[in-house]
Design a protein around this ligand. Structure first.
Ligand code: G6P
Length: 469
């Protein structure tokens, strides 16, 4: 492991995550462009920036990041670990995004999956080594009694490893995903399941986005490790909210207005827009969302030519075949719908795959209906962001399996994510909802969605970890 030098020698507050706040992309002229990292985790943790003597430890993710580490380029307060690329590949793709992501989001498909064989064991060794690199870097950099907040399923073993190296530290772990129900969790080999749970229980406080995920974790601990398993660890629930101030300001800049005009042109006059914005990834359930839209057009022909499905599906984790295949399936189904129903001046599905935050905000502002139908989701910030920036009110069609449903369920139209017909019906109901009702619901959704803004979410955790409560 090699690392940067432009960071505090000993920090009082440390955050550790696979993806950091910044990533470097090589330019043709040999320079490096710095870009903000994606995903809900990065949105929440950015509040660390306001802490003095803080250090964010993350991985170098691609060639650009590795080059930045080699050149000593970096942000103050960010330590990028240049972990051996093969180890990182096996830990991140092989274990984290194949096995652990699939377990917590219930994505395995029998009879082909899962298979825990010698190849899995080899990748598991990489996952251990990757976690050890983090634990060692944190142990090195933490001041006496410092607070360390370890993030997500990539780093489930790090809290236990760090506890052994530095018993003086206050350690928190935060899971940004759901937690699997015990019977599903126990698909994992027993020794691996035990190691994962004991890894997290190395923290003073194990935190989740909702009570439901916290309870599932507690259940796994008790059923797998016994009644006393939780005696040394507190379990916390902190429901990350949307950052209203940032979003409202950002959504009213000229680049967003430009993209709104372009989108309106594409949608066409007097048509409704059903909007979704996701990373393209199996848990987001984009294909069933498209099938529901197709069923709406089939069963209620009155909507043909009068509605457009604006789907932004930004490719994610494309090193893995299963994610690539899913990305292709999304494109295929969108094309089928356009071929079946499209006319000379109406494209039923507008699918964009190139990530563009300003365009996402433009779609948020003009959406009549937001479709958020994940199979399971730790929270889902899109569901919280859309009502906050909506210009004219927007009906939220929301999966009951998204963590956000705990807070937003009352004013959303709830769907079972597997029920395509039910989702088509909900879309119809959303499109026909009277304006007054839609406006009232949007207002209440926005209030609920911003109840715990990222800066407070972060500070609440930090305070609780420090106080040992
Ligand atoms: C989820 C995870 C995050 C992750 C993000 C983006 O929100 O909880 O830990 O960073 O997805 O995924 P990626 O694999 O691109 O980091």
């Amino acid at each position: 492991v090699s690392e940067h030098t432009a960071v505090p020698a000993r920090a009082q507050v440390l955050v550790a995550s696979n993806r950091g706040p910044i990533t470097y992309v090589p330019r043709d002229d040999g320079g490096l462009d710095a870009r903000r990292g994606g995903g809900g985790l990065v949105s929440g943790l950015s509040a660390i920036g306001s802490e003095a003597q803080a250090l964010w430890v993350c991985s170098a993710l691609g060639e650009g990041d590795r080059e930045a580490v080699r050149r000593g380029v970096g942000e103050p307060g960010v330590l990028m670990l240049d972990i051996d690329p093969d180890i990182h590949f096996d830990a991140y793709n092989g274990i984290a995004n194949s096995v652990l992501w699939f377990i917590h989001h219930l994505l395995y498909q029998t009879p082909l999956e899962p298979v825990f064989d010698a190849e899995f064991r080899r990748q598991w060794a990489a996952y251990e080594s990757y976690n050890r690199s983090f634990a060692e870097a944190l142990a090195d950099r933490a001041a006496d009694g410092a607070a360390v907040l370890v993030q997500d399923y990539h780093l489930a073993l790090a809290p236990g490893m760090l506890r052994e190296l530095r018993p003086d530290l206050r350690i928190g772990h935060f899971s940004h995903t759901p937690w699997a129900p015990v019977d599903y969790f126990r698909l994992l080999p027993d020794d691996i399941a035990g190691q994962l749970l004991r890894g997290l229980l190395g923290a003073d406080r194990a935190c989740f986005l909702t009570r439901r995920w916290a309870d599932a974790f507690a259940d796994c601990c008790v059923r797998t490790l016994g009644e006393d398993a939780l005696s040394g660890t507190r379990i916390g629930v902190h429901g990350l909210g949307a950052d209203a101030e940032f979003l409202r300001e950002r959504a009213h800049r000229p680049d967003v207005a430009e993209r709104m005009a372009a989108l309106r042109e594409q949608i066409g006059p007097d048509r409704r827009a059903i909007v979704r914005v996701d990373r393209t990834e199996l848990s987001k359930n984009i294909v069933r969302g498209l099938l529901a839209y197709r069923e709406l057009l089939r069963s209620r022909p009155e909507w043909r030519e009068r509605v457009v499905h604006v789907a932004f599906a930004y490719p994610s984790r494309q090193d893995l075949a299963v994610y690539r295949e899913y990305t292709a399936a999304v494109g295929r189904v969108a094309e089928e719908i356009n071929a079946e129903y499209g006319t000379a001046d109406w494209t039923p599905v507008i699918l964009h795959v190139k990530d563009d935050f300003a365009r996402s905000l433009a779609a948020y502002r003009l959406a009549d209906v937001a479709l958020v139908n994940p199979i399971r989701d730790g929270m889902n910030l899109v569901a919280k962001e859309i009502p906050v920036v909506s210009d004219d009110g927007c009906v939220l069609v929301l999966s009951r399996e998204a963590g956000a449903h705990e807070e937003l369920g009352e004013d959303a139209l709830t769907v079972n994510p597997y029920d395509v017909t039910g989702t088509a019906d909900a879309l119809h109901r959303a499109l026909t909802m009277p304006y007054e009702e839609r406006a009232g619901r949007t207002q209440r959704l926005a209030a609920a969605a911003t109840a715990l803004p990222p800066a407070r979410w972060f500070l609440d955790q930090l305070t609780a970890v420090r106080a040992g409560v």
